[in-house]
Design a protein around this ligand. Structure first.
Ligand code: CMC
Length: 434
C-alpha cells in the first residue's frame, strides 16, 4: 500500500470548547478525509455516523466512484470502456492484480480459473438438504460458507499463496454453485462445467443445458451476461463489501467472509433490489397505473419506494444503469421481444420520475438494478436468480477487497463504538420483588 494518502494538512475540531488538531489525508482523487483515529484519546468523544454517510473505513486502490458526476472506475479504468473493450475475466484479473492482463497473463489466468470450476463431489449432498422451494440465495449463503469445510489448503489467511488460491477458487466455483442452486430448484440434474467455454457461456450452459439434449450458448447473449457481470464486479465500500471486510478483519477465512457478503447482498435495499424492481414493474402492470405508484413513492406515510431508483453515492445517473439500459434493448431485440410490456412500463416510469420535482430535488436516478431484471428475465433467469447472478459477479470485488484489507498494515479488527441510550446502572431485584 503506498503512502501517497498521507498529507501534511490538518483540520481543527472544536469540541467542548477545546481545539483539537486532526490530520487530513488526501487520496489520488475524491474528498479528503479527516483522520480521527486519535479523537477518543484526545477528546474522550466518539463520532456518530449511522450508515457511515461521512465515514471512510479504509484506504483502497481498487474502485473509485464520483457520485455527483456519475463516474465509476475500476483501478482507474471507466466502467463504460471496460464493459465495451474487455471481458469479465480480464476485469477479474484487473481487480485482483491492479493491471489489465496482457494476452499471456490472460491465458494463464483463464486456465487457472477454468481448472477450479468443479466443486468437491460431496458438496452435492449439501443441496439435497434444502427444500426444493428454498430461495437460491439461502442456498448460496449455506453452500459458499461450506466451502471452508472442503478447501483447508486455502484457509490460512497469513499465507499469500493460500490467499491467491482461495481467490481463484471462489471466482471459479461461484458460477458452478449458483447454477447448482438453480438446477436444484427446478428438480433437474446438475450440469458439470465445460472447460472449453468462456466464463459466462459456461455458466449459462450449467444453468440451461439438460443431459438429454444439446445446448448451444448464443454468443450475443453470453456477451451480454458477461457485460452484466462486469457492471456488478465491484462498487467500493458498499454494504456487502464492508460486511466481507468486517468479517475478514477478525481473521475469519475468505469462504466464510464471502458467505457473510452474500447474506448482506440479499437485502432489498442492496442486491435484492433487482428482484424487487422486476416485481414492482409487474405489480404496476400497465403504463396507466404509473402515476399511482409515483404518488405512493412520494407519500411519507407509505413505505413503498421505487425499486431500482436512488443510491447512497450516485446523485446523478448511475453509469452502470446507462450500459445496462443499452444491453437490455440489445437482448430484447435479439429475443424478438421488443414490445416487452415491462420495458415499456420501466421506460415510462423513468421518464415520469426524472421530470418529477420530488425525484429531481432528491436527486434520485435509476440505478443498475432498474433494467437488469428485465434483461435477466429475457435471457431466461427466474426472478429468484437475479441476486444470485449479482453475487456471482460481485465475488471478485469482495475477494479483491478482502485481500487488500489483509495486506494493509493499517487494518485492525473492525469494532465500531456506540452512543448508549439504555438504562443507567441499576440493581437486580429478586424475582418475587419485581
Ligand atoms: N423511492 C422513493 N423515495 C426514495 C427512494 C426511492 N427509491 N430512494 C430514496 N428516497 C427518498 C427517501 O425517502 C429520503 O427522503 P427524505 O429525505 O424525505 O426522508 C431521501 O430520498 C433519501 O433517501 P435515503 O433512504 O435516506 O437514502 P440512502 O442513501 O440511505 O438510501 C437506497 C439509498 C439505495 C437504499 C435508497 O435510495 C433505496 O431504498 N432505493 C430503492 C432500493 C434500490 O434500488 N437499491 C439498489 C441500490 S443500487 C445496487 C446496490 O447497491 O446493490
Amino acid at each position: 500500500m503506498s503512502t501517497q494518502d498521507t498529507s501534511a494538512k490538518a483540520g481543527q475540531l472544536a469540541i467542548n470548547g477545546e481545539n483539537t488538531q486532526m490530520p487530513v489525508r488526501s487520496g489520488t482523487i475524491g474528498p479528503d478525509v479527516v483522520d480521527i483515529t486519535s479523537l477518543y484519546k484526545a477528546t474522550g468523544c466518539f463520532t456518530y455516523d449511522p450508515g457511515f454517510t461521512s465515514t471512510a473505513n479504509c484506504r483502497s486502490k481498487i474502485t473509485y466512484i464520483d457520485g455527483d458526476k456519475g463516474t465509476l472506475l475500476y483501478r482507474g479504468y471507466p466502467i463504460e470502456q471496460l464493459s465495451e473493450k474487455s471481458s469479465f475475466l480480464e476485469v477479474c484479473y484487473l481487480l485482483l492484480n491492479g493491471e489489465l492482463p496482457n494476452s499471456g497473463q490472460f491465458d494463464q489466468f483463464e486456465r487457472t480459473i477454468t481448472n477450479h470450476t468443479m466443486v468437491h463431489e460431496q458438496m452435492m449432498r449439501f443441496f439435497t438438504g434444502y427444500r426444493r422451494d428454498a430461495h437460491p440465495m439461502a442456498i448460496m449463503v449455506g453452500t459458499v460458507g461450506a466451502l471452508s469445510a472442503f478447501y483447508h489448503d486455502s484457509t490460512d489467511i497469513n499465507d499469500p499463496a493460500q490467499r491467491i488460491l482461495a481467490s481463484h477458487r471462489m471466482i471459479a466455483k461461484m458460477p458452478t454453485i449458483a447454477a447448482m442452486a438453480f438446477k436444484y430448484s427446478l428438480g433437474q440434474p446438475f450440469i458439470y462445467p465445460r472447460n472449453e467455454l468462456d466464463y459466462a457461456s459456461n455458466f449459462m450452459r450449467m444453468c440451461f443445458a439438460l443431459p438429454c439434449e444439446d445446448y448451444r450458448v448464443d454468443p450475443i447473449v453470453s456477451r451480454a451476461l458477461d457485460r452484466i457481470f462486469i457492471l456488478h464486479a465491484d462498487h467500493e465500500q458498499n454494504a456487502s463489501t464492508s460486511t466481507v471486510r468486517l468479517a475478514g478483519s477478525s481473521g475469519a477465512n475468505p469462504f466464510a467472509c464471502v458467505a457473510a457478503g452474500i447474506a448482506c447482498l440479499w437485502g432489498p435495499a442492496h442486491g435484492g433490489a433487482n428482484e424487487a424492481a422486476l416485481n414492482m414493474l409487474e405489480e404496476i402492470g400497465s403504463v396507466e397505473r404509473i402515476p399511482e405508484y409515483i404518488a405512493k413513492a412520494k407519500d411519507k406515510d407509505d413505505p413503498f419506494r421505487l425499486m431500482g431508483f436512488g443510491h447512497r453515492v450516485y446523485k446523478n445517473y448511475d453509469p452502470r444503469a446507462r450500459v445496462m439500459q443499452k444491453t437490455c434493448h440489445e437482448i430484447l431485440d435479439l429475443m424478438g421481444v421488443k414490445d416487452e410490456p415491462l420495458l415499456k412500463i420501466a421506460m415510462e416510469l423513468e421518464r415520469i420520475a426524472l421530470q418529477d420535482e420530488y425525484f429531481v430535488e432528491k436527486r434520485l436516478y435509476p440505478n443498475v438494478d432498474f433494467y437488469s431484471g428485465i434483461t435477466l428475465r429475457a435471457i431466461g433467469f427466474p426472478v429468484a436468480m437475479f441476486t444470485v447472478l449479482f453475487a456471482v459477479a460481485r465475488t471478485v470485488g469482495w475477494i479483491a477487497q478482502w485481500k487488500e484489507m489483509i495486506e494493509d498494515p493499517e487494518q485492525r479488527i473492525g469494532r465500531p463504538r456506540q452512543l448508549y441510550i439504555g438504562d443507567d446502572k441499576r440493581d437486580v431485584l429478586p424475582l418475587e420483588q419485581r
